[in-house]
Ligand binder design. Structure first.
Ligand code: SAM
Length: 256
């Protein structure tokens, strides 16, 4: 997915939306996006999806199979929508780690969860999905919701998530994907490249971040490609469910 630049010692490049940037710059550019949108992130999620992101997340929780006493990692957890539900499900004998690379998103998530009285079974960790700072075979379930497409080396992130899962543990990847009908695809393109940046401009005074959102979705691997990447990383029984006509897909894989 990442390509070397021409010339023998040139740094490999990767995509940032539709631009190609040196790999070392992508994380900083992604960080700028999420620093900029953090304060209005939840509001924009509801506006952009008409609230449907809540249903996508509810289905993720249902498929996670998380039970009381489990240990769960919500990586790229941002403002903590999944973490809040997991905290309730695992109960006082369980543990949830909300991890995110971005201090602004983590702060909004932490404040929100503490304000809503989430129990003391949640901890907050600033971490990169590519290099998770947790022991091997540690979690029963790892989730990454709308995070993987922002990661520079997705294969490294998938391997890192596999490492920290216990054998039999589940990885759930909730992410934008490829609409299954061409008609829906056209309507979705029109929406994403006109209305989304306009909403971003009006609500956050930042059209560029929402243009990046639309572009990064188009550059993200489709359903079958992501499934193959999860298999290559070492997951087994990898399946996916399309939601909202494939605009979003939930992939699940098990650590052997
Ligand atoms: C679109 S938000 C999703 C937040 C939350 N999971 C949700 O579904 O509402 C994407 C999050 O991924 C985080 N992120 C981006 N790159 C990351 C990385 N390499 N490691 C960990 N988190 C990352 C961003 O900081 C941001 O909070």
């Amino acid at each position: 997915m990442n390509e070397p630049r021409e010339g023998s010692n040139a740094e490999p490049t990767t995509h940032f939306g539709y631009q190609r940037v040196p790999e070392s710059q992508k994380a900083r550019k992604v960080a700028e996006v999420f620093h900029s949108v953090a304060a209005k992130y939840d509001l924009m999620n509801d506006l952009m999806s008409g609230g449907i992101h809540r249903l996508w997340k509810r289905f993720t929780i249902e498929l996670s199979g998380v039970r009381p006493g489990n240990r769960v990692l919500d990586i790229a957890g941002g403002t903590g929508d999944l973490t809040r539900q997991f905290s309730r499900l695992v109960g006082p004998s369980g543990e949830v780690v909300l991890a995110d690379i971005n201090a602004s998103m983590l702060k909004v998530g932490r404040d929100k969860l503490l304000d809503s009285g989430v129990a003391g079974n949640v901890s907050f960790v600033q971490a990169d999905a590519e290099k998770l700072p947790f022991p091997d075979n540690h979690f029963d379930c790892v989730t990454i919701a709308f995070g993987l497409r922002n990661v520079t080396h997705k294969e490294d992130a998938l391997r890192s998530m596999l490492r920290v899962l216990k054998p039999g543990g589940r990885l759930l990847v909730l992410e934008f994907s490829k609409p299954t009908s061409s008609l829906l695809s056209k309507a979705y393109d029109a929406y994403s490249f006109t209305l989304l940046p306009l909403m971003g401009k009006l609500v956050t005074n930042d059209a560029d971040s929402y243009r990046y959102l639309a572009e990064s979705i188009r550059m993200h691997p489709d359903q079958e490609t992501l499934k193959a990447m999860m298999v290559d990383a070492g997951f087994e029984r990898v399946t996916y469910h399309n939601m909202t006509g494939g605009i979003v897909a939930l992939h699940r894989g098990i650590k052997p």
